[in-house]
Design a protein around this ligand. Structure first.
Ligand code: SF4
Length: 210
């Protein structure tokens, strides 16, 4: 893999998706991966970190999000190594509900999520385009009352559909990660406020107390 990255280094922006198992401690070896990039002079535009989430097939990685301090620790190591830190607002919405993304399967089918099987739940094909009626019917979501009144709905949108399917047999059902989402949003807002205060401090434009 490193050989392939060496070949394309500097020609296209390379972004690494780093997935870790929250039940193991091998995430602590991320420094070795970063050292490999430096040793082989591979230019990396960014590293995105996500936990391995349970899948439907034989799955040895069932810890899901686990302890979020692992995620924070990995991001701190990446930032210390000089890579841009992940500073976008947390979004738990299913990729199937993010209309800016389309997933093309290897047979040309357009499917809602890269974790689905070949052509599964396809709502179009690369040769014929999107079947918008099929897409709308497929992605109709059933929100319980709890979600309709939840302040986190815009950034959750019901969560991962595949997990809802695995756990409740309903691709259009919801999976609630409210505690994690709340924790991550608070952390994000604190960081943003800190960044802004530091920026203003550096510019000397903080309002002076009367
Ligand atoms: S956080 Fe839970 S209650 Fe709130 S919208 Fe998401 S699934 Fe519904």
């Amino acid at each position: 893999m490193l050989g392939n990255l060496e070949l394309i280094s500097g020609r296209v922006p390379v972004i690494i998706e780093y997935q870790y198992d929250a039940a193991a401690d091998d995430y602590r070896r991320i420094g070795e991966m970063i050292a490999d990039f430096e040793r082989r002079d591979i230019q990396i535009a960014g590293i995105e970190v996500t936990p391995i989430l349970p899948r439907r097939q034989d799955n040895h990685f069932n810890a899901g999000f686990g302890d979020l301090t692992i995620l924070h620790w990995i991001n701190a190591v990446i930032e210390d190594a000089g890579f841009p830190a992940e500073r976008s607002a947390p979004l738990f919405a299913c990729i199937a509900d993010q209309k800016a993304y389309h997933v093309y399967d290897v047979d040309g089918s357009i499917i809602p999520c890269p974790s689905l099987q070949l052509g599964e739940r396809a709502y179009g094909h690369v040769t014929t385009g999107i079947d918008y009626v099929a897409e709308t019917q497929l992605l109709e979501r059933r929100f319980p009352e709890e979600c309709r009144t939840c302040a986190l709905l815009p950034t959750c949108m019901g969560g991962c559909r595949l997990r809802a399917d695995m756990e409740n047999g309903d691709f259009n059902g919801v999976i609630c990660n409210r505690d994690h989402l709340e924790t991550e949003l608070k952390r994000y807002m604190r960081q943003k406020a800190k960044d802004e205060l530091e920026r203003r401090d550096a510019c000397g434009d903080l309002p002076v107390d009367e």
